[in-house]
Design a binder for this molecule. Structure first.
Ligand code: ADP
Ligand code: MG
Length: 340
C-alpha cells in the first residue's frame, strides 16, 4: 500500500488504562489471543483452528464448552476465558450524554450533488458505514471515486480535508478518473492522487488483512474515508454453495465490524459497494436484494439502492436509515463527476 506523501497526524501521548496486571495501551495494536494468560503458540493454534480468533468470542464461552471445542483442559480454558473477559472490548454502557457528544462530532461529506446530499440529511456521515448496492454499471464505483476526491476538499467546501483508503477488489479504480474529477473541483490531480491510497485485494482473506493494515496506518494518518469496492465480490466467488453460507456470513460479519470500528475510532466514513444480480439466482435469491443479506444490511448504517434510469440518469433510494425518511434522489454521472 502506497504511503508516501501521507500527511502525518500529531502523535498523542499514549494513555494507559490499568486493570490489575493487564495494561492496555491505546496506541498499541489490539490484543490478540496470544496475549491471553497460558496461551503459547500451540494453544493459540488450537484456538484458531476451532475458530476462536476473536477475544470476545472466547470471553462469552463457558470453560467446558471451550475445553471441548478447542480440545483444551478445563482449567486452562477457565484461565483463558477470564483473561479474555479482561482484554476483550466488551463495549458496555455509556450515558446518553456521552453518545450525544460522540454524535456531535459527526461530519458530513458532500457528494457534489444537492439531491443526494439532501437525501442523506446533508451528506455522507462519519461514524457510519454506507452500503451502495445496485446492478453492474449502476454507478457504485463512480460514487466511490467522487467521494474519494471530495474527502480531500477543505471542510468549508463540504470535504473532510483527510486521507482516503481504497480497497479495490475488481480492479476498477482509475487514477485518470480521479484526476478528471479533481480538476473539476479545483484540486490538482497529483495532490488528490497523493492522498488516495489504493490497494488491490486479491481474495477475501487479503481484503480483510488490508483493513488491519488501515487500522495500523490510521495511528499516524488522518483516515477520513475507507472504500471497499466491492465488499462482496470475493466472498461471493470463494464461498460457493449452501454449505459455505454460514462461514461466509461469519467472515463478512467480522469484516463489517472491523470497518465500523475504524469509522467510530477515526470519525471516518466507510463506503462499501455490493452488486445485485440482474437475474434471479438459486444461490443468491432475489435479484433486488443485496448480497450478504442480513449481515451486510444490518451492519450498514445507511443503504443506498442505485438503479439506472432514462437519459443516463441514476436513481438512489435510501433504505433502512436509523434517523432519516426513506426517499429517492436523482443524479447523473458526467465526465466531471456526479451532478444533479
Ligand atoms: P458499477 O460500479 O455500479 O458497476 P460504475 O460506477 O462503474 O458502475 O458506472 C459505470 C458508468 O458510469 C458508465 O456506464 C458510465 O455511464 C458512467 N461513467 C463512467 N465514467 C464516465 C465518464 N468519464 N464520463 C461520463 N460517464 C462516465
Ligand atoms: Mg464497480
Amino acid at each position: 500500500m502506497a504511503s508516501e506523501g501521507v500527511e502525518m497526524k500529531e502523535k498523542t501521548a499514549s494513555e494507559t488504562v490499568e486493570d490489575e496486571e493487564i495494561v492496555i495501551d491505546v496506541d498499541e495494536p489490539e490484543p490478540t489471543i496470544e496475549d491471553l494468560p497460558g496461551v503459547g503458540p500451540a494453544t493459540a493454534e488450537k484456538l484458531r483452528e476451532a475458530g476462536f480468533e476473536d477475544l470476545l468470542a472466547i470471553a462469552v464461552m463457558s470453560p467446558p464448552e471451550l475445553a471441548e471445542q478447542a480440545e483444551l483442559g478445563e482449567a486452562v480454558s477457565s484461565k483463558i476465558i477470564s483473561g479474555a473477559k479482561k482484554l476483550a472490548n466488551i463495549g458496555g454502557f455509556v450515558s446518553g450524554n456521552a453518545l450525544l457528544d460522540r454524535r456531535s462530532r459527526v461530519e458530513k461529506l458532500t457528494s457534489g450533488t444537492s439531491s443526494l446530499d439532501e437525501l442523506l440529511g446533508g451528506g455522507f456521515e462519519t461514524q457510519a458505514i454506507v452500503e451502495v448496492f445496485g446492478e453492474f454499471g449502476s454507478g457504485k464505483t463512480q460514487i466511490g471515486h467522487q467521494l474519494a476526491v471530495n474527502t480531500i476538499l477543505p471542510k468549508e467546501s463540504g470535504g473532510f480535508d483527510g486521507e482516503v483508503f481504497y480497497i479495490d477488489t475488481e480492479d476498477t479504480f482509475r487514477p485518470e478518473r480521479i484526476a478528471q474529477m479533481a480538476e473539476s473541483v479545483g484540486i490538482k490531480p497529483e495532490d488528490a492522487l497523493n492522498r488516495i491510497h489504493v490497494a488491490r485485494a486479491y481474495n477475501s482473506a487479503h481484503q480483510m488483512l488490508l483493513v488491519d493494515e488501515i487500522k495500523r496506518m490510521s495511528k499516524n494518518i488522518d483516515v477520513k474515508l475507507v472504500i471497499v469496492d466491492s465488499l462482496t465480490s470475493h466472498f461471493r466467488a470463494e464461498y460457493i454453495g449452501r454449505g459455505m453460507l454460514a462461514t461466509r456470513q461469519q467472515k463478512l460479519n467480522r469484516h463489517m465490524k472491523e470497518l465500523k470500528q475504524i469509522a467510530d475510532v477515526q470519525n471516518a466514513l466507510v463506503l462499501v459497494t455490493n452488486q445485485v444480480m440482474s437475474k434471479p439466482d438459486a444461490m443468491w435469491g432475489d435479484p433486488t436484494k443485496a448480497i450478504g443479506g442480513h449481515i451486510v444490511g444490518h451492519a450498514s448504517t445507511f443503504r443506498l439502492y442505485l438503479r439506472k434510469s432514462k437519459g443516463g440518469r441514476r436513481i438512489a433510494r435510501l433504505i433502512d436509515s436509523p434517523n432519516l425518511p426513506e426517499g429517492e434522489a436523482v443524479f447523473t454521472v458526467t465526465s466531471e463527476g456526479l451532478r444533479d
